[in-house]
Design a protein around this ligand. Structure first.
Ligand code: NAD
Length: 422
């Protein structure tokens, strides 16, 4: 392996998604399993636009960072040991936990930045002692430098996969980088911990990927910093289970010019993410990101006869016995020719983190690739992986997965060409 192949991945949060990502990457590189669910590990692209043309593995089209050179670390408020965190998350089987115990126990863990105003259901046990946002940012930056040194990483990238913060749309302090930096100095209470991590990452030269619904990469301040530092940003909120299915089915109905009157989505889940979402203010962040996905797929302005009055409800209930194995129900009320009503029922018994971990890996490898190719600011071509994708200028891939996939594939081809011409 070339020295320039070592990529350090720091996760904000060492919970179910993060530990499933760490163990999954280790399982793939030790040859226990192929990278199921991951486009970058087993996906292929056709070599020409014509239907039926042969395809090539994505890994041969673009020079993604090799898994052999990946190291992990993370911040958390509860856990200082990724093995214990993985055991508590109860996603991995006892066999997998035992198999990866040594590896997980060696993942460096740093105390996180706690702010009980933003995560009301977490009682921190492992938090930074620094008081004041400026001091906290400096401590996070020191962690990144320490991690880079201890893992001998050539590059570091940061993944936001911490608990959902209470919903807060951008405030005056987020309107410019100057306002944000002044806010750090005066301890502005509207700067959230997730924003401190993203700011620290960018200042240390690390791109930031937001897998949560937290308002982080959407802020003008952080986008301005990313541009200034020539680093990419990606987000937000993994589109992993129920919402992925929702966008697939909605796009299928729209393709056939079938109308919708209602979409009721219910979920039960018993992991810590579910517990945090019991707080109505945190749930609001998830509700916003889950309910906006139909807007552009159904496009009421273009098809008022089909989509002008959709009743769209999303409910999430914490239900302990289910753990990370979320169960989701969708009841879809649609109508067809002559306005006759019909219904679709979807019952997805999924595993939240098993679906999210390969998305996280794809996002990290593709964002790292974009950084190496000199792309900076929001990366809207990664929309395929998110519920509320970032936009940039006229680039608004929306929520239709087949459109998003085409946009993603052409970006991969473009980045592959840049490599050949580099
Ligand atoms: N699993 C999925 O399919 C999925 C899909 C979309 C989005 N997400 C989002 O990904 C995130 C992680 O999900 P999860 O299932 O791993 O949750 P989790 O509760 O298992 O893990 C989150 C971790 O973040 C830590 N944390 C909370 N506040 C922190 C802070 N200020 N600093 C550092 N760490 C902090 C918690 O202690 C916890 O260990 C959540 O925001 C969730 O909504 C998950």
């Amino acid at each position: 392996m070339k020295r320039s192949d070592r990529l350090g991945i720091l996760t904000v949060g060492m919970g179910a998604v993060a530990t499933t990502l760490y163990a999954g990457v280790e399982a793939v590189r030790r040859g226990f399993t192929p990278g199921i669910g991951s486009l970058t590990q087993i996906g292929r692209l056709p070599i020409a636009a014509l239907p039926g043309t042969p395809s090539k593995p994505i890994s041969e089209i673009v020079d993604l960072a090799p898994l052999a050179g990946v190291s992990f670390g993370g911040w958390d408020l509860l856990e200082n040991d990724a093995y214990r965190a993985a055991a508590r998350a109860a996603v991995l089987s006892p066999t997998d936990l035992k198999r990866h115990r040594k590896f997980l126990s060696a993942v460096p863990a740093f105390p996180g930045v706690a702010d009980p105003r933003f995560t009301t259901r977490i009682a921190p046990k492992f938090a930074k002692k620094e008081i004041g946002k400026r001091a906290q940012v400096e401590a996070l930056r020191a962690d990144i430098r320490k991690f880079r040194k201890m893992t001998k990483s050539d590059r570091v990238i940061v993944l936001g996969c911490m608990s959902v913060e209470i919903y807060q749309p951008p405030q005056p302090v987020h309107r410019s980088l100057a306002a944000f930096e002044k806010g750090l100095d005066v301890d502005d209470p509207t700067i959230s911990p997730s924003q401190l991590y993203a700011y620290a990452a960018l200042q240390e030269g690390a791109p930031f990927v937001n897998g949560t619904p937290n308002t982080t990469v959407e802020t003008v301040a952080l986008q301005e910093l990313a541009k200034r530092k020539r680093l990419p940003l990606a987000g937000s909120d993994f589109k992993s289970g129920q919402t992925y299915m929702k966008t697939v089915v909605a796009a299928a109905l729209r393709m056939r010019m079938l109308g919708l009157t209602g979409w009721f989505s219910a979920n039960i889940l018993g992991n810590r993410d579910g517990l945090v979402l019991e707080d109505p203010q945190a749930f609001e962040a998830k509700r916003v990101s889950k309910t906006t996905v139909l807007d552009d797929i159904c496009s009421a302005p273009e098809y008022p006869a089909l989509y002008s009055s959709i009743e769209h409800l999303v409910k999430i209930n914490y239900f302990g016995p289910r753990g990370d194995n979320k169960e989701a129900w969708d009841s879809v009320d649609l109508f067809g020719w002559l306005g006759y009503p019909m219904q679709i029922k979807i019952n997805f018994q999924c595993r939240d983190s098993i679906l999210a971990a390969p998305l996280a890996l794809d996002l990290l490898l593709l964002t790292d690739l974009a950084a190496r190719r000199g792309e900076s600011g929001a990366l809207p071509w990664l929309a395929f992986f998110f519920k509320t994708p970032l936009t940039a200028g006229k680039m608004k891939p929306g929520n239709n997965p087949s459109v998003q996939l085409k946009v993603l594939e052409s970006a991969i081809v473009r980045l592959g060409r840049k490599r050949r011409s580099a």
